[in-house]
Design a protein around this ligand. Structure first.
Ligand code: ATP
Ligand code: MG
Length: 250
């Protein structure tokens, strides 16, 4: 039985006529959390947008399967209904729709009181979605959206960028709750792919697998904390050197 929530094989993605993702294989099992590290412009957000089949992102080769379903012919809506939710790096502002109405429309009557309180979002419920929200408020609203959707696969793009230290803890705790981190691995139903630059989130959210993403490809996979340490010491150029050294040894 395939226990993978996500299976990506030889994925190539173009934006316009520019190839951004250049052949990626990535599988995420039920209950696993993967993190993606990579320099600016390497294609991390593009990967998440392509998984969601957002307009403007064209899969030119390869495949994405969610729960064994090939998503090639599916709309973004249908992919969300398969159980995929995305928290954006730059969330769109939606005038005329309050946060409360938005949550009502996606939460399928789930009781969100405790999650709204946990993310300190009560004061924002009657405001237009993301309009005028500060950087940290935007990120908290995005995580609240994931609570409401309750997807099997969470795609989280830079949850801690622009967020102060206390709110990083608030966001990390919320992500742990959504991912059922208090339960043993075998009984967790949800998985995540998290993009992080700072790695700050990793001190609270335990991740199982880390990947270094450069120029549209995954160039290294391993223990997320080890990878983070190496990047802090040697930067991404250190990753390139490390891979060159490994190749030389082979
Ligand atoms: N609509 C577009 N038109 C042209 N190029 C685009 C478009 N969207 C993305 N790109 C390019 O694709 C590349 C990858 O962008 P992406 O946002 O995926 O990078 P990223 O790894 O998420 O970077 P960051 O860490 O800065 O968020 C960038 O060079 C970007 O300019
Ligand atoms: Mg990005």
């Amino acid at each position: 039985m395939n226990t993978n929530i996500l299976d990506i094989a030889n994925l190539h993605v173009a934006v316009g006529d520019k190839e951004i993702i250049k052949g990626i294989d990535l599988s995420i099992k039920k209950g696993e959390v993967h993190v993606l590290f990579g320099p600016n412009g390497s294609g991390k957000s593009t990967l998440l947008c392509a998984i969601m089949q957002l307009p403007g992102y064209t899969i030119t080769e390869g495949s994405v399967h969610i729960h064994d379903t090939d998503t090639a012919e599916l709309t973004t809506d249908a992919i969300a209904n398969l159980g995929v939710g995305m928290s954006f790096q730059y969330p769109p502002k939606i005038k005329g729709v309050t946060l409360r109405r938005f949550l009502d429309s996606i939460s399928q009557s789930r009781d969100l009181h405790s999650s709204i309180a946990a993310l300190n979002m009560e004061p924002f419920l009657e405001r237009e979605l993301n309009v005028g929200f500060s950087g940290g408020e935007l990120k908290r609203a995005e995580i609240l959206k994931l609570y409401a959707q309750s997807p099997d696969l969470l795609l989280i793009d830079e949850p801690e960028s622009g967020v102060d230290i206390e709110n990083i803890t608030v966001i990390s705790n919320a992500i742990n709750t959504i991912l059922q981190k208090e339960s043993p691995m075998a009984s967790r139903e949800r998985s995540a792919l998290i993009i992080t630059h700072t790695g700050n989130i990793l001190s609270t959210v335990h991740a199982d697998v880390g990947h270094v993403f450069m120029d549209g490809k995954i160039i290294c996979t391993g223990n997320p904390l080890d990878i983070m340490e190496d990047i802090k010491k040697g930067g991404f150029s250190g990753c390139i050197q490390c891979i060159a050294n490994h190749k030389e040894k082979q």
